[in-house]
Design a protein around this ligand. Structure first.
Ligand code: PEP
Ligand code: MN
Length: 345
């Protein structure tokens, strides 16, 4: 960290600043230039996380040298992380193909969609049992019954499962059924929830908040990693924009940007990013071409009857066609789609 001092800084202020830094167990290196004096801080910068050095008299500017997301940063871990979801690998050239309905609605539906997406080439089955709905009157999910159905469908069709957890008090319950936790966009900065999943040893799919920067996303990942759970997969799912023609704005640049900053895998979710089945294939392909470690897509066999997000669901046949295109692109990019260890019944 570099601290630029004000041009009229006094010797007393410099001394005070150095005392302040050294009292935190860090070293201060003073360098006096013709116009400005600069203090370089040597040591673990995280010790300064709760110290507003900008507020110390005589300080003009504080320039961090290392990113505040220490564990998530590429510097901390120069090799890409590979996350293992019950045998399905994500990252380091292996792609996630996560698919399924927005919500778990019934066994029959989950069974049919599970069979179809596995047949099409999906490697992880999704379905929400706890749904974060804008309206309290909308379908909220089948809760534990939904978790049981998702688990049974995953087992029957030989795929690991991912499902959203919204409440830290339900982490233990969800953990009994799922192979991977999903933290939804609305909870990206629910720090109590992030800490709770960080204390488990199951992988976490962390979705970007709709108004969060890439660095905010990485700071949220840091919460999980700091608890000792290294298994985090990030997900770009679009951010709020001014254009009512799409649900969100698909930020494809977030993919290579995240790759420059972090070793964690990042996948894309063109379903929530666009909210439109006609735009999903192009955005899925763009995400993969930009370096994403997989795609997350909502599929429903009867979108008009879906209890949640029916308007953005791909039909199984549309998903199968897209999956074929994604496989072709993956081959061109030299990437593999990790195969589940389970065998469909
Ligand atoms: C979902 O995956 O169904 C969902 C609610 O996603 P997001 O949190 O990205 O809106
Ligand atoms: Mn959804």
């Amino acid at each position: 960290m570099l601290i630029i001092l004000k041009s009229d800084v006094t010797e007393q202020q410099i001394e005070h600043l150095i005392d302040r830094v050294e009292s935190l167990g860090l070293k201060a290196h003073l360098s006096r230039g013709t116009f400005r004096t600069v203090v370089g801080i040597i040591g673990d910068e995280s010790k300064l996380a709760s110290t507003p050095l900008e507020a110390v008299p005589g300080v003009s500017k504080v320039i961090p040298v290392l990113p505040p997301f220490k564990l998530a940063s590429l510097e901390a871990h120069p090799q890409p992380s590979v996350i293992d979801v019950a045998g399905v690998k994500i990252g380091g050239g292996q792609l996630a193909m996560i698919a399924g309905p927005c919500a778990v609605e019934s066994w029959e539906r989950m069974d049919a969609i599970g069979a179809a997406v596995r047949e099409a080439g999906a490697n992880i089955l999704r379905g929400g049992a706890f749904k974060p709905r804008t309206s309290p009157y909308a379908f909220q999910g089948l809760e534990e019954e939904g978790l049981k159905i998702l688990r049974a469908a995953g087992d029957k069709h030989g795929m690991p499962v991912v499902t959203e957890v919204m409440d830290p008090r339900r982490v233990d319950l969800v953990e009994q059924y799922t192979d991977m936790f999903q933290i939804g966009a609305r909870n990206m900065q629910n720090f109590v929830l992030l800490t709770a999943v960080g204390q488990t040893r199951k992988p976490v799919l962390l979705k970007r908040g709709m108004s969060a920067t890439v660095k905010d996303l990485l700071m949220s990942a840091e919460y999980v990693l700091a608890q000792g759970n290294p298994q985090v997969v990030l997900c770009e799912r679009g951010v709020k924009s001014f254009d009512p023609d799409t649900r969100n704005l698909f930020d494809v640049a977030a993919v290579p940007m995240t790759k420059q900053l972090s070793h964690l895998p990042i996948i894309v979710d063109p379903s929530h990013a666009t909210g439109r089945p006609d735009l999903i294939p192009a955005c899925a392909m763009a995400g993969l071409a930009a370096g994403a470690d997989g795609v997350h897509i909502e599929v429903h066999d009867c979108p008009e009857k879906a209890l949640s997000d029916g308007s953005q669901a791909l039909l199984p046949s549309q998903y199968a066609e897209l999956a074929e295109q994604l496989r072709g692109l993956a081959k061109l990019l030299g990437k593999e789609i990790s195969q589940p260890v389970g065998v469909p019944a």
